[in-house]
Every structure is written in C-alpha cells, then in structure tokens.
Design a protein. Structure first.
Length: 368
C-alpha cells in the first residue's frame, strides 16, 4: 500500500517529441501540477527512428523498470501506460506482464486511432493477449462512448472509464475575417488522415469559383510521408496560390494559426478523439470532420460544425461553404464551438477525473 502522503506513478509511453495526438496528451500530463500527493515520473518506451533505435530504447526502458521493481519496489505504486496499437500494444503488453509479476497495479490509457482495425485483423492468439491486457488492468481509460462500447464488446470484464481528451481554454479566440477565410488542417501527413480528400475539396471550391469569391486560403500544418505527393496534387489542381504547407506547428505558432482561422478540417479515416479538434473548438473555430471514433462527442452536426462521410471531397466542400458563406452563420458555429469546449472539454475536469482514478486504484473502489 502506498504512503498516503505520496502516490508514486510511473507513466510510460512515446517520447513527448514524437509527433501525434498521444504525445500531446502526454506532454499535457507532464506539465500539469499534480499537487503534493501524486508524484509522476515518466519513462519513454518509444522514439521515432530506425527499428534498431526503437528496440534499444524499449529495452533500456524495460530494464530500467525491472531495476525499479526489484530494488525500489516501494516507490512504484502504479504504472500508467499510454497505448495505441501495433508495436505500442506489444510494448505495453510486455510491461503489463512484468508489472503483474511484481503485483503492481496498471492504468491503461487507450488512444484509439486504428486500435479497432488492429484488433479485428489480429490472429486468435493476439486477440487473446489484447483481452488479457484490457481485463487485467485496474482501469482502462478510453476517449469516448464509441471506444467504451468497443472495448466492452471484446473485453467484458475490463474496468473501463470514459475520459475524453481535454484542453486548456484560452483567453483569446478567433474572429471573422472580412478580407479572407483561412481554413486549417493540423496533423501528420499520412494516408489515414485524408488530406488528399481535403485538397480535392479545395479543388471543387476552386472550380466553382468560391475560392476567389471568399478569398479562401488553406494552411496545412503538419509533416509526414505524404508531403511531396500532396504538393504535387496541389499543382495538378492549380491550388499553389491558395494552399500553404506550413510544416509541423506547435506552441505559439499553432496558437497563432488557431486565432486566425475560420474553420478546421480533419477528414481522417479513423481517430480516437483528436486534440486538434478540441483545440480548435476552444478557440471558437468550427470544425468539419469525418464521423469516426469519438469525434461526434465534440463536433455536433450543424452546431459546432459538420460531420461528413469518408472519402467524400464534395461533402467536405459543401460543409465548408455552409460554415463560411455568411458571417451570421459562422458566428453561430463559432459561439457553439467555444461553448462545447468550455462545458465538456475543459482540462480541469480531465485532471480531476485522472486524479480520482489514481486515488481509487491505490486505495480501493472504482472511480465514477
């Protein structure tokens, strides 16, 4: 049993510098003031780079944990594991087995994305190990009701808690721009993010004369394997003047983009609950997104934005026009976006829930 004056939590996941939504949540947690009774130590189990580099980092972190469990076991009350799928699952499963051997409690924070597809395509043995992990952890944190239903369907004995991602609510918000409409994409540039569909939607708006009519510009804030092909797609669609590839943006650069954008578009093929969407809402930026994962918990159709089908550039274009066509419409979407962020995705509630779960795991009971 932990000393009631201090709960020692060892959090494990990707190095915060790894690009992606999970790393944003990790960084958010590491920067939080947990107070006097919870001590968070972080061990990175994954980095970007070659297979050899990634294997070395995991082996190093695993041996580090083993040393702690053997020689400083009393200073390890909970292991808090951030997990997505594929290699992330394999790493966390090995860590879970080690924790189980030493009788340590584990909290698993599941970041959706392609986890369902990973499970559906797994063989019988891997599905069994996935269920063993989900049902063996003291708590499994999921990002929304969609993921709650899925995890419950494959691991009915799992102790599931729904805690949606959250953001700090900024004092400044975006505003209507009479001279130009700025559209924004934030995220990695990989096929499952659907950026090609977004560019095709821009092509439709261009062909309809709406890009020039509304003076629309698109800023693509991200980096990844698709960058070159996306730039070539822009040239073919004659969009070079209207699309800016800004590279990976974070910190003040990201805040500046959010404060000057009138719509965020995220046409992903699968997601958990993207932090980029919550950040946009917090700045009063309406959102056009595909209806995947737990996104509909944040993007309320016709209220804070629009939900569109997968692989549907024409629907993306239509949704953008509905939001930005008239200032009065846009102001309604913007106000509702901000309201939803404040009421539902404020990080104060997020951390209260996490702290409650940590306490309940250590001292007994189940956080509600």
């Amino acid at each position: 049993m932990a000393d009631k004056q201090k709960i020692h939590v060892y959090m494990m996941g990707s190095k915060p510098s790894v690009k992606g939504g999970m790393s944003s949540v990790v960084m958010q947690q590491l920067q939080h003031d947990w107070g006097h009774d919870i001590d968070i130590q972080y061990i990175a189990t994954h980095v970007s780079g070659s297979t050899a580099k990634r294997c070395f980092i995991f082996a190093k972190s695993y041996l580090h944990l083993l040393f702690l469990l053997i020689f400083q076991s009393k200073k390890v009350d909970i292991l808090y594991l951030h997990m997505s799928y594929k290699g992330s699952f394999l790493r966390k499963f090995l860590i879970y087995k080690l924790a189980h051997f030493f009788g340590k409690k584990v909290i698993l924070h599941l970041h959706g994305s392609e986890f369902r597809q990973y499970y559906d395509n797994a063989d019988v043995g891997r599905k069994k190990r996935i269920c063993e992990l989900l049902e063996g952890c003291s708590r499994v944190i999921v990002l929304g009701e969609y993921w709650h239903r899925f995890v419950q369907s494959i691991a009915p004995r799992a102790a599931i808690e729904v805690i949606q991602n959250a953001v700090a609510i900024p004092d400044e918000i975006t505003s209507w721009n009479e001279q130009m409409v700025q559209l924004l994409y934030l995220g990695v540039l990989i096929p499952r993010k659907g950026v090609k569909d977004l560019l095709n939607a821009m092509g439709i708006l261009y062909d309809q004369g709406l890009v020039s009519l509304h003076n629309i510009r698109l800023v693509v804030g991200g980096s990844g394997d698709e960058l070159t092909s996306l730039q070539e797609q822009c040239r073919k669609l004659h969009l070079e003047k209207y699309v800016e590839f800004a590279g990976w943006v974070d910190g003040e650069a990201k805040k500046k983009l959010l404060k000057t954008s009138q719509c965020l578009i995220l046409p992903s093929y699968n997601e958990g609950l993207p932090v980029a969407i919550l950040e946009a809402l917090s700045y009063g930026v309406p959102v056009v997104s595909t209806d995947v994962g737990s996104i509909r918990d944040a993007v309320q159709e016709g209220i804070s934005g629009h939900l569109v089908p997968l692989h549907a550039p024409e629907k993306i274009a239509q949704a953008i026009v509905e939001i930005i066509d008239r200032k009065e419409n846009w102001l309604c979407y913007s106000g509702q976006a901000r309201r939803i962020a404040i009421q539902t995705f404020n990080e104060t509630v997020f951390f209260d829930r996490i702290e409650g779960i940590i306490h309940s795991v250590v001292y007994g009971g189940r956080e509600k």
